[in-house]
Ligand binder design. Structure first.
Ligand code: VGL
Ligand code: ZN
Length: 212
């Protein structure tokens, strides 16, 4: 593909806490910084997202006495994986990864701000009702296709891709500019499951070499 005026690069959660050494490290998460920067130079439209939780957020295991990170609990809106405390608003861990190009982005979307509600997706929060406003912003900019990269393949990239598709956009995911958590408990691995789910919905899987 050759990015044009109706294409947007959506960079998901390339933040300190998701890098090796961070609070919720994605294996090889730091390896996405270079390809993500290279991609940004090829797009006229770039949006960045930041996971941006208040202290005491419902997705933190510490908010559920007796529970451990990576366990699942059932909340009013459904199943919630519990995570180590991560991406607390204004913390060093919530900042963009060192070396990430941020100056070309026309839009920065923060998500997961509601203390009682998680949001993996850049479009729709975990109650599947509350909108972040990103779909409207893209519509107003005339965007018809989004190309996704960033972290993590099996959570925020996955849900953002599904919801972009749901919003009527064409969606492509750059396989060598994403990295996944791959939660141990999920049979077969959550990264493989994420790709299968995306591919079944017509979300394209492309490589850096496919973008000119
Ligand atoms: C993410 C788990 C919790 C992500 C965010 O960016 O994929 N994963 N919060
Ligand atoms: Zn989070």
């Amino acid at each position: 593909m050759k990015p044009g005026p109706a294409d947007l690069l959506l960079v998901i959660d390339v933040q300190v806490d998701f890098l090796p050494g961070g609070a919720l490290p994605v294996p090889d998460g730091d390896a996405v910084v270079r390809p993500v920067n290279a991609l940004q130079q090829r797009f006229r439209h770039v949006a960045l997202t930041q996971d941006w939780h208040p202290l005491g957020h419902v997705s933190f295991a510490t908010s559920h006495p007796g529970r451990e990170p990576f366990q699942t609990v059932t909340l009013g809106y459904g199943e919630q994986v519990l995570w180590p405390e991560h991406c607390v608003q204004g913390s060093v861990g919530a900042a963009f990864a060192p070396g990430l190009e941020t100056s070309r982005a026309g839009l920065i979307v923060r998500k997961g701000l509601n203390p009682r509600l998680d949001s993996y997706s850049a479009f729709l929060e975990a109650d599947r009702t509350t909108r972040t406003g990103l779909a409207g912003a893209l519509h107003e900019r005339g965007i018809r296709r989004v190309v996704l990269c960033g972290l993590a393949t099996d959570f925020c990239v996955l849900w953002s891709a599904l919801d972009a598709r749901e919003a009527g956009l064409e969606v492509l995911v750059v396989e060598d500019a994403v990295a996944g958590i791959d939660v141990p408990s999920s049979a077969g691995g959550s990264v493989a499951a994420a790709w299968a789910r995306m591919e079944a919905l017509g979300i394209g899987r492309i490589g850096m070499a496919d973008i000119s």
